[in-house]
Write a protein that binds this ligand. Structure first.
Ligand code: GFB
Length: 487
């Protein structure tokens, strides 16, 4: 259990006695004394590994506990675009790092016999690929890097300020949506924001984390506004020129409150393209496609160069000889009853599509129960009905529930034709993957109807945007502050 008192009191000066730099010869000191000594000592007397971390700002973040995996991926993009822009355009943030929050056990991960708490991002994503877009650290990498500053044992991490974001109760002022934020006092009885609740994300439960000030912040606006919030905090934590460039650690909770600076622009898509899945997961999907669906990158005509930044606009991918349906069940069956088809209706719609495209194989990606799956399969008499399940318990242990879902997504991404579920972020992430691989929009942006033949709501079409992310657009760089702040 969280020991609230001790967690919020880590305000002691940071001891730097283990760094091996001349500054530590005399024992401990605050971090700014450490850097001060750097100024007066020849740089080559300190390890370059530490010297290069001068002025680092670590941004930790977490997401509301009830959000699913695929919305969390979108929140990552907001933060990654923000951090990349900060790092490239703001001197004080030249050494900014985004610390990836360990994955808590998500509400949709039902398998109880698997260890699926505190998972690192490299279990799901290719960190090298993420880092070709933004300076990110997996949580254990952050701990290791923080330790190089020379911490006493046990190596607690000191977050100087925590910001728990909340929506405004009323969003519009005289009909206008304005970007703004405001700190409000935390209140132990307040269910919306209370320091001891982990609704905004369980990050602070990590055992080595200690924090100083905890703010509840009403927040309305995009990631650019987070910069203003961080600068205000850095100003408060800086006592003078001697510590102006100290290393800082901040945390933003309920980061899903932060909006995209520009949703769906080329920066969004570069960050999205950098989100390649971890190689072991990609390999399982590749093997399944080849062995069960006779589909390879070459036969499907998709693009998957070694590096995401080598991808180019493309629309002529062919896909494997199968149709993929993402059929969201679970909570959607009740909470979105008016738009989620019954199994029978879904089967009718799929069969109609199979006939239209002269296909005989359907791959079904779903969170349906085993019983529902059997029921569905029986409706596909005379068609080939394929569903992915791990081939062994060792593979299930390796993939975990999150990995199985990724394999499903990767198989759907290579299909000749895809149809997904209305308003499911799981479906949206497949749309995006297919956009990157080079499929036509018509083969991708399709949505199940509640019933065959009726008028029905369709998911939005957000096609890929290509650009040259090297010339980061600076046009709105000054949006949130005056010229004097451009340091
Ligand atoms: C309305 C909201 O919808 C959100 O769901 P939605 O966007 O579909 O998508 P997600 O946020 O990813 O949450 C759904 C989760 O259910 C599992 N899941 C769903 N479809 C599949 C599938 O085809 N294959 C596998 N293997 N797993 C699947 C998976 O763990 C996935 O992350 C929810 O997260 C929110 O809690 C809320 O209910």
């Amino acid at each position: 259990a969280l020991n609230n008192t001790s967690r919020s009191q880590a305000t002691a000066p940071i001891n730097i006695s283990n760094t091996g730099c001349p500054a530590q010869g005399s024992g401990s000191g605050s971090l700014h004394q450490f850097w001060q000594t750097f100024h007066s000592e020849p740089a080559d007397r300190c390890p370059s590994s530490i010297l290069k971390l001068r002025g680092t700002v670590y941004i930790l973040y977490d997401v509301n506990i009830s959000e699913g995996f695929n919305l969390r991926r979108d929140v990552y993009i907001r933060m990654a675009v923000f951090v990349r822009r900060l790092q490239r355009q703001r001197k004080r943030f030249a050494n900014v790092r985004l610390v990836l929050p360990p994955w808590p056990r998500l509400y949709h991960w039902h398998s109880h016999n698997l260890e699926q708490s505190h998972l690192l991002w490299r279990h799901f994503f290719d960190l090298t690929s993420l880092r070709r877009y933004a300076k990110v650290l997996d949580y254990d990498e952050f701990l290791a890097e923080y330790r190089t500053f020379g911490m006493p044992a046990p190596p607690y991490v000191h977050i100087s300020q925590v910001f728990r974001l909340m929506h405004y109760e009323v969003m519009l002022e005289q009909g206008i949506f304005r970007d703004k934020y405001e700190r409000v006092s935390p209140n132990a009885d307040d269910r919306a924001c209370n320091e001891y609740s982990f609704v905004g994300g369980p990050l602070l439960q990590q055992e080595l984390l200690r924090y100083g000030r905890y703010h509840c912040v009403r927040f309305q606006g995009s990631a650019g506004l987070v910069e203003r919030m961080l600068r205000e905090a850095i100003d408060e934590d800086t006592s003078g020129p001697e510590d102006v460039n100290d290393m800082r650690v901040y945390a933003v909770l309920s980061a899903e409150t932060v909006l995209h600076d520009h949703w769906g622009d080329e920066h969004f898509w570069s960050a999205r393209r950098s989100m390649r899945f971890a190689q072991p997961l990609a390999q399982v999907a590749e093997d399944f496609r080849r062995n069960v669906l006779s589909t390879t990158d070459t036969s499907a005509g998709v693009q998957r160069p070694a590096l995401w930044d080598m991808e180019r606009p493309k629309r002529d991918a062919k896909g494997g000889e199968y149709l993929c349906a993402h059929l969201r069940r679970g909570d959607f069956v009740k909470s979105r009853e008016t738009t989620t088809p019954t199994l029978k209706s879904a089967a009718q719609q799929i069969k109609q599509l199979l006939r239209a495209f002269n296909l005989t194989t359907v791959f079904v990606s779903t969170d349906a129960t085993p019983y529902e799956l059997l029921e569905l399969k029986e409706l596909f008499y005379r068609f080939r009905f394929i569903h992915f399940t791990p081939e062994s318990s060792a593979q299930r242990l390796q993939l975990k529930d999150g990995g199985v879902a990724i394999v499903d997504q990767l198989i759907c991404s290579y299909a000749r034709y895809f149809v997904g579920t209305y308003e499911s972020t799981f479906t949206y992430r497949i749309y995006e993957e297919r956009e990157i691989l080079g499929f036509s929009k018509a083969s991708t942006f399709n949505t199940f109807c509640k019933a065959l033949g009726g008028n029905c709501a369709r998911n939005a079409v957000w096609p890929i945007v290509w650009g040259n992310d090297e010339d980061d657009d600076d046009s709105d760089a000054d949006y949130y502050h005056s010229d004097s702040d451009l340091y």
